[in-house]
Design a protein around this ligand. Structure first.
Ligand SMILES: Nc1ncnc2c1ncn2[C@@H]1O[C@H](COP(=O)(O)OP(=O)(O)OP(=O)(O)O)[C@@H](O)[C@H]1O
Ligand SMILES: [Mg+2]
Length: 256
């Protein structure tokens, strides 16, 4: 069984005002097939955690480890991490001018699999996934994310997820900006990928809405750079009702 194990992860970034410590000892273990939701206030470090797992060069690891089946991901380059089975759906997907969706997907698949996929079955798979995500086939010939609406960008992230079949996927606010129908379509895409591959999912969200479609096994409250509480799905409902005040107050008291 595959396991992603984050232990005492500490991360900082360099800013104009000096070094800013963002992650202050994150502990989190995800087994394959499990879905973990992370909820927490703005600026608590959720995206920083996602980027650090993926290997964004801006984030400096000060300590701790991120191991996939015992292999230290922090020692690997971002593309090696992807080949090892990690996937990140970004909160703000970036435009790639001059690269079409179709080219991008095939290049990514080739890089991760180590060989180019056979053309006919590949084209069929891409078409089927795009249809399931209600993406017009014209998107295949458009440049990645250029002029895409917010919701279209999110669908394109999940299209990659379906085609690249990672062991673990980090989904950073994949639900933000989606209309009610798109939320259902995108969630179904995630669930299809889960059913087919048995992947583990780390789902960062502000809303319980998406958790009605993608059922979490565990919910983690993320405050001030670390996990402040863990529980089952019922914790998400409590957070939506009560907010984060008591966690934030406790974190402030810890710092004082
Ligand atoms: N490159 C950077 N330079 C300066 N500050 C940064 C940088 N990256 C992150 N930060 C700061 O680190 C903190 C955590 O940011 P992060 O994006 O991880 O939060 P988040 O929990 O994802 O918030 P949100 O819910 O709003 O998406 C914020 O205060 C942010 O301003
Ligand atoms: Mg974020």
């Amino acid at each position: 069984m595959s396991t992603l194990e984050i232990h005492d992860l500490q991360v900082s970034v360099e800013t104009d005002q000096g070094t800013k410590h963002i992650l202050k000892g994150v502990d989190l273990t995800i087994n394959e097939g499990e879905t973990h939701a992370i909820m927490g206030p703005n600026g608590s470090g959720k995206s920083t955690l996602a980027y650090t797992i993926a290997g964004h060069p801006k984030y400096h690891v000060e300590g701790g480890s991120v191991k996939l089946d015992g292999v230290e991901l922090l020692d690997l380059s971002p593309d090696e991490r992807a080949r090892a089975g990690m996937f990140l759906a970004m909160q703000y997907p970036v435009e790639i001018p001059g690269v079409t969706v179709s080219n991008f997907l095939r290049t990514a698949k080739t890089a991760i699999a180590g060989e180019a996929p056979a053309l006919r079955p590949w084209i069929k798979e891409v078409r089927e996934s795009m249809t399931a995500l209600r993406m017009d086939s014209a998107f295949a010939e458009r440049n990645v994310n250029e002029g895409f609406s917010g919701g279209e960008k999110k669908r394109h992230e999940i299209l990659q997820l379906e085609l690249l079949k990672p062991k673990f996927a980090v989904l950073d606010e994949t639900d933000s900006g989606l209309d009610v129908d798109a939320l259902k379509i995108v969630s179904e895409g995630v669930n299809r990928a889960k059913d087919r591959t048995g992947m583990g999912v780390l789902l960062i969200t502000h809303y319980t809405r998406i958790l009605r479609y993608i059922k979490p096994d565990f919910v983690h409250v993320f405050v001030a750079g670390r996990v402040a509480e863990e529980g089952g799905p019922e914790l998400a409902d409590r957070l939506e009702e009560e907010g984060y005040d008591r966690y934030v107050a406790a974190a402030d008291a810890g710092v004082a």
